[in-house]
Design a binder for this molecule. Structure first.
Ligand code: SF4
Ligand code: SF4
Length: 150
């Protein structure tokens, strides 16, 4: 009995410390790790391609007017498959190395974007503008009568 305990002790001591001092010493992530989804809003054109391929259907695209589109990502449902990052032609989605997503408030995991879109002259629906210049179009410009009043 005592000898088996001594044997266990010697095996344990020989192994050394095999744990990390988490959370002070987080475990490094392996190559290709798919952590929290991050969005580069400056690259996103609002095409909605990521919403089409997301198996968890957590990306909601809403056109609130002919010019404005809102994209909401409810990441509390994310399964970290990485399909949105693969599908995004603009490379606006990245699977980061961040894995500490636990929160008592799911709104902490909501990403919301409001994107100015082009408007189809025939059907009036939003579409993705061709270039950055197209995207600027008329938004924020003042009307002539406002300028005259200055
Ligand atoms: S696929 Fe990329 S560019 Fe298109 S809406 Fe998603 S993040 Fe934006
Ligand atoms: S990683 Fe997968 S589940 Fe998460 S937002 Fe992207 S496509 Fe959806």
């Amino acid at each position: 009995m005592i000898s088996s305990k001594l044997k266990q002790l010697s095996v344990g001591l020989k192994a050394g410390r095999v744990t990390l001092k988490y959370p002070f010493e987080p475990r490094p992530t392996p190559p290709g790790f798919r952590g929290k989804v991050t969005i580069n809003a400056e690259r996103c054109t609002g095409c909605g391609g990521c919403a089409t391929v997301c198996p968890a259907r957590l990306i909601k695209v809403t056109d609130i007017s002919p010019e404005w589109r809102i994209i909401r990502r409810h990441l509390e449902r994310c399964i970290h498959c990485g399909r949105c990052a693969e599908a995004c032609q603009e490379r606006a989605v990245e699977m980061s190395q961040e894995f500490e997503e636990a929160t008592p408030d799911k709104h902490d995991l909501l990403i919301e974007q409001k994107i100015y879109m082009g408007t189809c002259k025939r059907c009036g629906r939003c579409y993705t503008p061709f270039s950055v210049l197209d995207r600027h179009m008329t938004v924020g410009f003042r009307k002539e009568e406002e300028i005259d009043g200055i």
